[in-house]
Design a protein around this ligand. Structure first.
Ligand code: PXG
Length: 463
C-alpha cells in the first residue's frame, strides 16, 4: 500500500521529534540519543514503522484498540458528525444527539442500576470526576466529612493531579507533591509478588481485609469510596485471587462506602464480559471508562454512575460545579457509538469469552512451563508472564527491577511483536478481534522472545 509516498526518512523524523516533542513517561535524554520508533500505519492487529517493519500489536495500542485498526465505520461516523456538528458543548442546558445516543447505549450495556453517564475526555479526567462526584454526593447526603478515598499501592488511575493521587505509583507521587489530601493507599492483591507462603485464596482475603482495617483506622464516617481496577493493568496485569472482590464488596456495603470500579482498561470486553466488574462479581456505584469506549479512535472518557449516586445528588438540587469543554464531544461520541455497534453487531465480546480467550489461555499456560517463567496468568485477553531466575521460589533477579523485562521487550520488538514489560514481567492485551491464527503467531513470537531473553539473562549471570 503506497499510503505515505511523502514520508520523510526515519532519521529526519527522529531528529524533528527530538527537537520539539516531549513524550509521556519518557527519559527524554535517553530517547533523544536513541531516536524514537516511528509508527506510520496500522490495520487489523498489525502496525508498520517508518522503515517498513511489521509488528503484531500485542498491546492494542495502549490497552485500547479493542476493535483493531482500520475500521472505516468509525472514521466515517466521526467524519459525518464533524460535517453535521463538529462541536457543541453540553453546558448551559444544551445537548446534542450523539451525546444522548451514547449515554442511552451505555446505560443499556452497563450493569443493572447504572443508568447515568458523565462525559470526560480521557480516563484521567474521568477519575478526577470520580473524586469530585463522590465527595459532592456525600455532601449532598448531609455527610460532608465522608471524603477520604481509599485506593491501592501500584494502582493506576491516570496522570492528572487527582488521577495520579488515586494511583499508587510511588514514582508518580514523587513528582508534583502527591497525593492530594484525603486519599490513602492499602496493599494490593498481588499474590505472585507479595503472597509469600500463603495460598492465593487466603492471601486474597487478607488483602481485602486490609480495607476494613483502613476504614476502622480512619472511621467509616470519613470514608467516601474505595477505588480499584478489577484487574490492575499498568501495575502488571495483577489478577486478584477469587476471594478478593467479594470480600471488598462485603466490607464496602457493611460500612456504606461507595465502590468505584475503574473500567478504563477492563471495560468493553477485555476480560471476556462487557465490564470487568461482571467477571469479578463487583457491584460498583461508579465506573470510570475510556480507552475501549472508542477503541482509541478519538479521545473520550466518562463515568457511568449508579441510580443511587446520580439520583441522590440530583434530588438534593444545586449545581455540580464540574465539567470539561469536551464533555460529550459530538465527534468522539459518534466514534464511540460506531465502535460499540461493531462490538455488539459482530458479537466480539462473546467471541472473546467463548473462543479466543480459552484458546489463548491454553497456549499461555504452556508458556508458564518455560524455565524463565514463574507464573503465566490470564483473564480474557489480558495476560502477564512473570520472569524469574527461580520458579519454585518466585524469586527476583539479582539486578535492578526491570532489567530482564526490558531485554524481553526489546527482543519482542525484534521479533515483530509488541509486548510491554512491567517490572520483570511481560504483558499482553491484544485487540479483541485477534484471530486464532494471530494468537498462534503471538504465542510463537512470545516463546522465541522468552528463549532469547533466557539466553541473554544467562549470559549476564542472572538466570
Ligand atoms: N485508569 C486506568 C485503569 C488506566 O489504565 C487511566 C485510568 C487513565 O486514562 P488516560 O486516558 O487518562 O490515560 C488509565 C490509563 C501503561 C499506561 O504504561 C497505562 C495507561 C495510560 C498510559 C500508560 O500501562 N492507562
Amino acid at each position: 500500500m503506497t499510503l505515505m509516498p511523502n514520508l520523510q526518512p526515519t532519521e529526519v523524523l527522529q531528529q524533528r521529534d527530538a527537537a520539539h516533542h516531549l513524550h509521556p513517561f519518557t527519559d527524554t535524554q535517553e530517547l533523544n540519543a536513541k531516536g524514537s520508533r516511528i509508527i506510520v500505519r496500522a490495520d487489523g492487529c498489525y502496525l508498520w514503522d517508518s522503515d517498513g517493519n511489521k509488528f503484531l500489536d500485542g498491546m492494542a495500542g495502549l490497552w485500547c484498540v479493542n476493535v483493531g485498526y482500520g475500521r472505516k465505520e468509525i472514521a466515517e461516523a466521526a467524519y459525518k458528525q464533524m460535517q453535521q456538528l463538529p462541536y457543541y458543548n453540553t453546558f448551559f442546558q444544551t445537548s446534542h444527539p450523539p451525546a444522548i445516543d451514547l449515554a442511552e447505549r451505555l446505560a443499556e450495556l452497563a450493569p443493572d442500576g447504572m443508568n447515568h453517564v458523565f462525559y470526560a475526555g480521557s480516563g484521567s479526567d474521568a477519575n478526577d470526576t470520580v473524586v469530585r462526584m463522590v465527595r459532592h454526593y456525600w455532601a449532598a447526603m448531609g455527610k460532608p466529612d465522608k471524603k477520604v478515598i481509599i485506593s491501592r499501592k501500584n494502582a493506576y488511575h491516570g496522570s492528572t493531579m487527582a488521577g495520579a493521587s488515586l494511583g499508587g505509583m510511588q514514582a508518580m507521587h514523587e513528582q508534583g507533591g502527591l497525593p492530594i489530601p484525603d486519599i490513602t493507599h492499602i496493599d494490593q492483591p498481588y499474590w505472585y509478588g507479595e503472597g509469600g507462603d500463603m495460598g492465593p485464596a487466603e492471601f486474597g482475603l487478607q488483602r481485602a481485609r486490609a480495607l476494613e482495617a483502613e476504614i476502622e483506622r480512619l472511621g467509616a464516617d470519613r470514608v467516601a469510596a474505595f477505588i480499584g481496577e478489577p484487574v490492575q493493568g499498568a501495575g502488571g496485569v495483577v489478577i486478584p485471587p477469587e476471594t478478593y472482590w467479594p470480600e471488598i464488596q462485603r466490607i464496602c456495603r457493611k460500612h456504606d462506602i461507595l465502590i468505584v470500579a475503574d473500567e478504563v482498561i477492563c471495560g468493553f470486553g477485555r476480560t471476556g464480559k462487557w465490564f470487568g466488574s461482571e467477571t469479578f462479581g463487583i457491584e460498583p456505584d461508579l465506573m470510570p471508562i475510556a480507552k475501549g469506549l472508542s477503541s482509541g479512535y478519538l479521545p473520550i472518557g466518562g463515568v457511568i454512575v449508579s441510580d443511587r449516586v446520580a439520583e441522590g445528588f440530583i434530588a438534593s438540587g444545586g449545581e455540580f460545579n464540574h465539567g470539561y469543554t469536551y464533555s460529550g464531544h459530538p465527534a468522539a461520541c459518534a466514534a464511540a457509538l460506531a465502535n460499540l455497534s461493531i462490538l455488539q453487531e459482530e458479537g466480539i465480546v462473546d467471541q472473546v469469552a467463548n473462543e479466543t480467550a480459552p484458546y489463548l489461555a491454553e497456549a499461555w499456560k504452556q508458556l508458564g512451563d518455560h524455565p524463565l517463567v514463574g507464573e503465566a496468568r490470564i483473564s480474557g485477553l489480558f495476560g502477564a508472564l512473570e520472569l524469574t531466575p527461580d520458579k519454585a521460589n518466585r524469586a527476583a533477579f539479582d539486578a535492578p527491577v526491570g532489567t530482564v523485562g526490558l531485554i524481553g521487550r526489546e527482543n519482542a520488538f525484534g521479533n515483530g511483536l509488541v509486548m510491554r514489560h512491567v517490572r520483570d514481567s511481560m504483558i499482553i492485551s491484544p485487540p479483541l478481534v485477534i484471530t486464532k491464527a494471530e494468537i498462534d503467531e503471538l504465542i510463537d513470537k512470545a516463546a522465541l522472545t522468552l528463549d532469547q531473553t533466557y539466553k541473554a539473562a544467562q549470559e549476564k549471570g542472572l538466570a
